[in-house]
Structures are given as C-alpha cells and as structure tokens.
Design a protein around this ligand. Sequence first.
Ligand SMILES: NC(=O)c1ccc[n+]([C@@H]2O[C@H](COP(=O)([O-])OP(=O)(O)OC[C@H]3O[C@@H](n4cnc5c(N)ncnc54)[C@H](O)[C@@H]3O)[C@@H](O)[C@H]2O)c1
Ligand SMILES: *[C@@H]1O[C@H](CO)[C@@H](O)[C@H](O)[C@H]1NC(C)=O
Length: 331
Amino acid sequence: MASVETHKNGTAQNLLSKAPWTDEQGISMKIYQGVVLTLEVIVLIVKMYATWFYSIYKFFVPPEPKSVKGEIILITGAGHGMGREMALSFAKLGGTIVCVDINSTGNQETVEMIKDSKGKAHSYLCDVTSRTSINEMAEKIRKEVGEVTILINNAGIMPCKPLLQTGEKEIRTAFEVNCLAHLWTLQAFLPGMMERNHGHIVAMSSMAGVIGLRNLVPYCGTKFAVRGMMEAVHEELREDPRDFSGIKLTCICPYIVDTGLCKNPKIKFPSLMKILSPQEAVEHIVDAVRREYHEITIPSSLYYINQMFRVFPRSVPLHIKDFLDSGLEAQ
Ligand SMILES: NC(=O)c1ccc[n+]([C@@H]2O[C@H](COP(=O)([O-])OP(=O)(O)OC[C@H]3O[C@@H](n4cnc5c(N)ncnc54)[C@H](O)[C@@H]3O)[C@@H](O)[C@H]2O)c1
Ligand SMILES: *[C@@H]1O[C@H](CO)[C@@H](O)[C@H](O)[C@H]1NC(C)=O
C-alpha cells in the first residue's frame, strides 16, 4: 500500500519537475497531442463509414466467385452428407479433392464418384479426434498430393437428447470431433498456407452455433465454439505483422439439412426454414466459399432475423422463437 502511494506521488512529482520543456512548450505539446488525437478520431470515423458503405454496396453487388481450379481441397467427413456433396461440387470446379473420413467405405465411394466423373480425388482414412493421426496424414498428403490450400472442417456428430440423459463419453466425443479436431487440422495445415500467404479455411458451424436449442446442449457448445475459434484465428492472422491477407476464412451455419444427422426435426413454417437436401445446402456453401464470405447461414434469412432481434432485450426474441416453434426432438 505504502509503496504504491510513494510510487504514485513520485511519478507525478518527477514528471512535473523533471520535464525538459518550459510551461509554454508544455502547453503547445498538449495542443499538438490534442490535434493528433482529433485527426485520428476523424480518420477512424471516415474509415468506418467508408467500410460500411462499401459493405452495403457489396451486399447488392456481390464479389465474383473465385476459381478453385488447381486448389488442393481437404474435406473432413467426405464420406457422407454435405462433406460428400462438397467433394463432388468442388471436384467439378477443377479442384483436387483430399477426402478424409473415419468410414473407409463411405470415403472410398466418394472418391470413386469423383473419379467416375473425371475429377481428381484421393482418399485418406483418419479419425480426426486423433492429433497424431492428423499429423501423420498431413505429412503423407504433402508428399503424395501437395500442399493443402483449402481446408474444410466438416466432420461432425450430433447427440440429440436432454443434457441430463447424455453420457460423458458422448459429450467428450462431440467436443473432440466438432471442435478440437478443427484446432488439430489448423495446426497441421495453416503453416503451409502462411508460407505462401494463400489459402482458405472453411468451418462447419450450425444455426445451433448461433442460437441455443433444447436437446442440443453439448452440440450447441461445440458449434458456438467453432464460430469463436474462427473469429479468433481471423484476428490472429489480421494482427500479425506479416501479410496474411491471402488466407480467407468462411464459417457455415446451416439450419436443418436432410443428411440423416438430424433425426427428428420439427418445423412450423417450412417456407421460411425448409429442410434442405445436401445438394441444395452445398450450392450455398460452395457459393459462399468462392465469394469468400466470412459467415453465412442457410437459409440466409435466418442471419438477418437473428441480427435484427438480438438488439432487443433477451426476452423479446424468445417470443419470436416460440412463434417459429421449431427445433429437434430427442432421439
Ligand atoms: N445435417 C444438418 O442438418 C446440419 C445442420 C447444421 C450443421 N451441420 C454440420 O455439418 C457437418 C456435416 O453434417 P452432415 O449432416 O453432412 O453429417 P453426416 O453425418 O452426413 O456426415 C458426417 C461424416 O463425418 C464422418 N465422421 C464422423 N466422425 C468422424 C471422425 N472422428 N473422423 C473423421 N470423420 C468422421 C462420418 O463418418 C460421416 O461420413 C457437421 O459438422 C454437422 O454438425 C449439419
Ligand atoms: C460407412 O459408410 C457406409 C456407406 O455410406 C454406410 O453404409 C455405413 O453404415 C457407414 N458405417 C458407419 C459405421 O457409419
């Protein structure tokens, strides 16, 4: 306590008595600093408005979809559902697909489908919950295929029941697959992207990563986490003194897609939130990746509904949620 006070007094006294400038110089110094600060604030405001107007312009005139020809695209969970559909679509667009799944049958099927339509694909069996397996696989891919330039973290599982009925193992595995695996693949493939300042990371979150839903407590946790990690990686790359502007990030938040993952969906207004086929959902995903959007919901209307109602106090949007009355029933 005493030492703090001495320190405080000492500093103030020292500054006043030891200042190398006269009173007059002190005043002009303060004026100078004030002017600089004012200019900085003006620049900040101008930048904010300019970016805002540019975003509005970009909303009406979206960026052209980029080519993925020649890119090496790794997709986890490529053996089924949206992972498979993404593999097929990106292969058609000229990408070399690295299919990764824990299920060798499904994964091999996807690779055959791509090869049948003259696309380029490779199959790697891997349990994405194992960091060692991911690192070994990454080494093999580097030698056998090349440097992965687009990483799609898609593999996911969904225990769907009340929290108190969900077992420990189920909960841990959900976090391992849906969440930790993203970190392991990032650690394995991000350095290659950073070396060339070229790459794209795509993460499958969910509408369950935007709003909390019953029967999905651990799942919501994993999907909220995915969005948080993607935002944080974005900041880490943006604030690095090296230039990583060539590395793009896209986070995907679908509502319900008919892949078999969601067993008992309940939807009151199918026109607003219809259950999409994996093909339909993947059309939106591929478009979002090619236009380098940072985050999308599928359907896109949910993004605006969520943004709009989040500005109200918490109890207000709950009425909307009750009115829309949809979610997942326990298995
Ligand atoms: N289907 C939906 O309604 C929906 C909605 C929102 C978000 N999502 C998310 O989209 C992603 C894909 O969902 P889907 O419906 O296409 O799933 P899916 O069940 O059809 O396919 C998932 C694939 O991941 C693989 N996989 C599971 N665990 C793995 C592991 N440990 N290692 C490697 N591969 C593994 C499975 O073998 C399977 O081939 C998931 O992350 C899911 O959470 C799905
Ligand atoms: C593996 O994939 C095949 C083909 O899609 C499927 O028939 C089988 O049920 C899957 N196995 C597991 C354990 O999910």
